[in-house]
Design a protein around this ligand. Structure first.
Ligand code: G1P
Length: 249
């Protein structure tokens, strides 16, 4: 299985720190956050990790040159930024001919208290290698910050088949409070949909919109993985991540 980590964002929510040092390089103990995310992917079975970054962020490459991980890293530059879907699309040539689902880990989402990707891999394998989107329940008033899923049928309390998914809906339009939580295992068909995906919310090419279109062709499950997602893209989320990682690793 191959993994993909989009890590090209400007980090505007963490400025001015991010004017000098990328958010993915924030320390968690003696290593940067990105190293923990790469570890998560490799532990979950990734034999190659593609990191999408930008030429303004040379520190990420430098870190892995000095501290090589157990799987090869392939670097892809995103020269213009048009949203998460656009970032993921930059790595299409590395994934299109894959037969297995692609593991996508957002570079600013750290998970404490367990390996979300491993748990998702197990669930996918048990379901014929189907796509699985990691999710969490969020307070209703915050649904407009996330991709929100609609369940077609609940298989267990934490596992359901997806009927629909919508990026950053209003509270009124949100089909649930089940939010995409930084981890995806997606059928490589998603790249076909990304190729002609038009801009959505915020004028950006949204990964969520491509997944939504893929639902007509592929079964996708939602799974509330064990552990907690922390958004290290803002100072408060980062501090909370450190507290949680300190408590339960
Ligand atoms: C992205 C995704 C969104 C997801 C969120 C957290 O949004 O587009 O669907 O819920 O990450 O994983 P962003 O935080 O980049 O706005």
């Amino acid at each position: 299985m191959k993994a993909l980590i989009p890590a090209a964002g400007h980090g505007t929510r963490f400025a001015p720190w991010t004017k000098l040092i990328p958010k993915e390089m924030l320390p968690v103990g003696a290593r940067p956050a990105i190293a923990l995310i790469v570890d998560e992917a490799i532990e979950a079975g990734a034999d190659e990790v593609v990191i999408i970054t930008s030429p303004e962020k040379p520190l990420l490459k430098k870190w892995f040159e000095l501290n090589p991980p157990k799987a090869p890293i392939v670097w892809v530059d995103q020269l213009e930024q048009h949203g998460l879907g656009h970032a993921v699309l930059q790595a299409a040539e590395h994934f299109e001919s894959e037969s297995e689902p692609v593991l996508i880990l957002l570079g600013d989402a750290l998970v404490s208290g367990g390996n979300a990707s491993s748990a998702m891999m197990e669930i996918s394998k048990a379901n014929g290698g189907a796509s699985v989107i990691g999710c969490e329940e969020v307070p209703r008033e915050r649904v407009s910050r996330y991709g929100i899923m609609k369940s077609a049928s609940e298989i267990s309390e934490a596992f359901f088949k997806l009927a629909d998914i919508v990026e950053k809906p209003s509270i009124e339009e949100a089909p649930s409070n089940l939010a995409v939580a930084g981890r995806y295992l997606l059928d490589p068909a998603v790249f076909r949909y990304l190729k002609d995906q038009t801009a959505g919310v915020g004028g950006e090419i949204q990964l969520t919109d491509a997944i939504r279109r893929m639902l007509s062709e592929k079964t996708v499950f939602g799974y509330i993985y064990p552990g907690h997602r922390h958004d290290i893209g803002n100072p408060n989320g980062y501090l909370k991540a450190l507290e949680a990682m300190n408590e339960n690793g």
